[in-house]
Write a protein that binds this ligand. Structure first.
Ligand code: NI
Length: 173
C-alpha cells in the first residue's frame, strides 16, 4: 500500500467528470482502493474520491464506524424525500477550511463493491453527507460550489475559536 498525493483546489482534475470503472475486479482497482483508504486515514479524512488522488475514475472511499474504510465504485446517489440539512464540511483538497453546505438529509445509494458485486442501501446524517460530498467530486464539484452563504466559509481554527467564544458568552452568568 502507499500514501498518495492529494490534489488541492485549483488543480483541473478536481473540476473534471470522472470516467466509469469498466472492470472493478481489476487488481489495479483493488490496489487503488487500498491506497485511497490508507491515504484518507493518513490525512485524517472521513472520505476521499479518486480524482483527489489524480485518478479520474468513479470511485470513493469513506470511513466506517469501526475505524475501517468502505468503497463504492460507479456510485449512483439519489435523494430520498424533501428534507435538507445544512452542516459544515471540510475537504482534504481544501485544507484548513470549512463551510456550511445544505444537502438532502437522506439518500439512496447503489454501486459496486471492490469484489465487483452490486451494493445498495439508504443513508442519513453524516454518512449521507459524506457520500454526497464524495459523489460530487466524481462530477467535478467541490463543496464551496454548493454553498449558498459564503459568510459560512472560513478557516477551521477561526471557526472553532468563534464557536468557543459564542458558547462561553452563552454560559456566562
Ligand atoms: Ni472533498
Amino acid at each position: 500500500m502507499a500514501i498518495l498525493k492529494i490534489a488541492r483546489m485549483g488543480h483541473p482534475i478536481l473540476l473534471a467528470r470522472a470516467a466509469a470503472v469498466e472492470d472493478p475486479t481489476d487488481p489495479e482497482i483493488r490496489r487503488l482502493v487500498a491506497d485511497m483508504a490508507e491515504t484518507m486515514e493518513d490525512a485524517g479524512g472521513i472520505g476521499l474520491a479518486a480524482p483527489q488522488v489524480h485518478v479520474g475514475l468513479r470511485i470513493f472511499v469513506w470511513r466506517t464506524g469501526a475505524g475501517g474504510a468502505a468503497a463504492l465504485i460507479n456510485p449512483v446517489i439519489e435523494p430520498v424525500g424533501e428534507e435538507t440539512e445544512a452542516a459544515f464540511e471540510g475537504c482534504l483538497s481544501i485544507p484548513g477550511l470549512r463551510g456550511a453546505v445544505r444537502r438532502p438529509a437522506r439518500i439512496r445509494f447503489r454501486g459496486l463493491d471492490i469484489a465487483g458485486q452490486p451494493v445498495e442501501g439508504e443513508a442519513a446524517g453524516l454518512v449521507a453527507r459524506v457520500m454526497q460530498h464524495e459523489a460530487d467530486h466524481l462530477d467535478g464539484v467541490l463543496y464551496p460550489m454548493r454553498m449558498e452563504d459564503l459568510s459560512q466559509f472560513g478557516f477551521t481554527e477561526e471557526l472553532a475559536r468563534a464557536a468557543a467564544a459564542e458558547r462561553a458568552a452563552k454560559e456566562a452568568p
